[in-house]
Design a protein. Structure first.
Length: 231
């Protein structure tokens, strides 16, 4: 059964959001036409990035917990990760905002600015650490793009929701990186990151996940806005 561990994590990540996607008062399934591209476009970017880093030995996968099916040099479970996790996270983004009606915050620009400054400096100082530099500079670049195109109205809601997303994030990534298991499902070459871990999770994983979900949500919001402006 161990060979199904990673696949099971993918399945468990998406099954409950998928089941509740048809809730009548907030029917998430009606937004699937926006969600499809919002998942697919970042998935292509991250799968290419993932494959590149796997070939470089920045990280790798433990065959003990894999079915053995692959797409190129990536386990099929890793490819599915970029579908299942974004679906669950965008669903959470929609659900949190529906339930709590989170207001826009004027602190959004300050939060973004501080994060851009801190990540740009750290990414520059550790430019020879591939995971650190590419992740931090990638997130900085994407935030700058969003501000340049004035596509930032959703950011305060995103930051707020991301606090909720961190809870399942730490559970899933904790298991992937070895929490509660004899060996990690995904291993990391610590010479390519800061070597700082939250239990078993490299600190870079938080910002890697943030970049992925930020891309998903920003494209999702953009497509909805474009559709509304045409109607």
């Amino acid at each position: 059964m161990e060979k199904y561990y990673y696949l099971s994590l993918d399945f468990l990540s998406i099954i409950f959001p998928l089941m509740f996607s048809f809730y009548p008062k907030a029917d998430f399934s009606k937004k699937w036409r926006f969600l499809g591209p919002a998942i697919a476009i970042p998935a292509v970017v991250f799968i290419i990035w993932d494959s590149w880093f796997t070939s470089m030995g920045v990280w790798g996968f433990n065959d003990r917990y894999l079915t053995g099916l692959r797409l190129g040099n990536l386990p099929i479970e890793e490819v599915l990760f970029f579908v299942c996790i974004p679906y669950a996270c965008v669903f959470t983004y929609e659900a949190v905002n529906y339930l709590l009606k989170t207001p826009l915050s004027r602190a959004t620009t300050a939060i973004s600015g501080l994060m851009v400054l801190a990540l740009a400096i750290t990414g520059g100082v550790y430019i020879d650490h591939w995971y650190t530099s590419v992740t931090f500079i990638g997130l900085v670049s994407y935030l700058i793009i969003l501000y340049n195109f004035r596509h930032t109205a959703f950011l305060s809601r995103f930051y707020f929701t991301f606090l909720f997303i961190l809870i399942p994030f730490f559970i899933v990534n904790g298991i992937l990186t070895g929490t509660g298991l004899p060996e990690p499902i995904v291993w990391y070459n610590d010479t390519e990151n800061l070597g700082l871990r939250m239990l078993t999770i490299p600190v870079e994983d938080t910002f890697y996940g943030m970049l992925l979900i930020l891309m998903n949500v920003s494209i999702f919001e953009f497509l909805q806005q474009r559709s509304n402006s045409r109607s």
